[in-house]
Design a binder for this molecule. Structure first.
Ligand SMILES: [Zn+2]
Length: 458
């Protein structure tokens, strides 16, 4: 009986102007709460059930079962639906999110993590914020658009991946699948989003258009070793210590793209201190050495102006009375868009100044470029943000990584994180204990996606 209320509303909606606020908050809330009850943690075998739950819901809402595909792979499932335009006037667009959630141990939670509980104005449960909120709202928006008689002028694809939170094997496969559909651009519900201040007033909105890529390098030095009473000139621990110090002290070149330039300029407008002035000067002139020095000295901005690499773990030696035969240093890097992992490894080898260092890395990600700021997408998102909070700018931003968008951008599909969720920082427990969303976030998020879809596909 999920559709009963929607069917009643559909009758009244058809008499409303095109930009009337969507009304069916109760239905989106039900969809969200029911979805939390399916523990779609990779490895638990329930992700395909969540995909089928969404499929059945969409079919009841009038979508064609033949246009929905569920692929079981990599121990999880991917979901895909296409809403076809009768006569397409533009290339297809994609909406994305993920089915899976981070594991949760019930013993640590105050409430059972895989039962949605509405309490004190919030809905609690694992995944209720990341990413089931926006997925439920997206699906409810598509259903409400269909019920209102909306006819897309381009194909709208909905892709939900099965392992965004873990190894991304299904996510990467889904991006390849999307590429074959000639997607013009992608809107990721699992990125970007808004912030509320302590009084619940919106004060920022971030349109995520770039992400750094992530890499761990194991840098190893081996040595014949020997008795600790007869030291040699080449002690592996001493050598790796020097390598670690050189990497920690290295300043990677300052870089900028359209997204970081815009986000630093906007952040600068909101503050008048030395940091704000450095942000403004760097946005105007990315070669300004004084500005670079200030931004590098600040942990909140150093990652916005280039690649960073830091030693994070060290493991070596085998006995207190033996010269070490093997020492491994782990170096974690957050790589600026447009740079390959191989190029970073070459640079690390140069910085190390020790030709005896060998490298291993578990990942081999492609170069992930920033997405160009498309005027149609930025205008649609700005319209949605303005409807929520008049006068508030949708500011482009770069994240430290990584959502599914990295796989799409690597294939040349411009991708934008445009979540409809506005939250207070104090309410955000994604990946943590007692994850929750305010119930009051549902209605504005429905309106957010309604405006964006009408603008870009209407
Ligand atoms: Zn997520």
């Amino acid at each position: 009986m999920i559709r009963t209320l929607a069917a009643i509303l559909a009758l009244s909606c058809s008499a409303l102007p095109a930009h009337a606020a969507p009304g069916d908050t109760a239905e989106a809330k039900r969809l969200l709460m029911d979805s939390v009850g399916i523990a779609s943690v990779k490895g638990r075998g329930q992700t395909p059930a969540l995909a089928r739950f969404y499929r059945d819901w969409l079919v009841k809402a009038g979508f064609n079962a033949a246009d929905i595909q569920i692929d079981e792979l990599a121990g999880t499932a991917n979901f895909h639906m296409v809403w076809r335009a009768a006569k397409a006037k533009a290339r297809p667009m994609a909406l994305t999110g993920h089915l899976d959630v981070v594991e949760a141990n019930p013993a640590d939670w105050e409430r059972p993590p895989f039962t949605a509980i509405a309490e004190q104005g919030y809905i609690f449960g694992r995944g209720v914020q990341d990413n089931k909120f926006d997925v439920a709202v997206l699906i409810a928006t598509l259903a409400q658009l269909k019920a209102s008689g909306f006819k897309p002028r381009r194909d709208i694809h909905l892709f939900l991946s099965g392992d965004e939170e873990t190894d991304g094997i299904a996510s990467a496969a889904q991006a390849k699948q999307a590429k074959a559909f000639d997607i013009e651009f992608m809107l990721n519900s699992d990125g970007g989003g808004g912030g509320l201040d302590a009084d619940g007033k919106p004060y920022f909105y971030r349109l995520q258009a770039a992400e750094k890529s992530y890499a761990d390098f194991q840098m190893t030095i081996t040595d014949p070793g020997g008795h600790s009473s007869t030291p040699t000139g080449s002690n592996a621990i001493a050598r790796i210590g020097l390598v670690a110090a050189r990497i920690a002290g290295h300043r990677w070149k300052a870089e900028v793209n359209d997204i970081t330039r815009a986000s630093l300029a906007e952040a600068a407008r909101q503050r008048s201190d030395a940091l704000g002035q450095a942000m403004a000067r760097f946005a105007a002139n990315p070669a300004d050495a004084d500005a670079i020095a200030v931004l590098r000295a600040n942990p909140g901005t150093i990652g916005q102006i280039g690649t960073t690499c830091v030693p994070t773990m060290i493991n070596g030696g085998h006995a207190p009375n033996a010269l070490p035969q093997r020492v491994t240093l782990t170096v974690n890097c957050r790589i600026f868009p447009g740079t390959s992992i191989a190029a970073v490894q070459t640079e690390l080898a140069r910085i190390a100044e020790d030709p005896g260092v060998t490298f291993a890395t578990g990942v081999d990600w492609p170069v992930t470029p920033a997405s160009p700021l498309r005027p149609d997408v930025t205008a649609a998102v700005q319209a949605a943000v303005s409807a929520r909070a008049p006068g508030l700018n949708a500011t482009p931003g770069m994240d430290a990584g990584a959502t599914d968008s990295v796989f799409w951008r690597a294939l040349g599909i411009p991708s934008y994180g445009v979540s409809g969720l506005f939250m207070r920082q104090a309410d955000s427990f994604a990946h943590g204990l007692n994850e929750r969303v305010p119930e009051s976030a549902i209605a504005p998020a429905l309106r957010h996606w309604d405006i964006i879809l009408r603008r870009l596909a209407g």
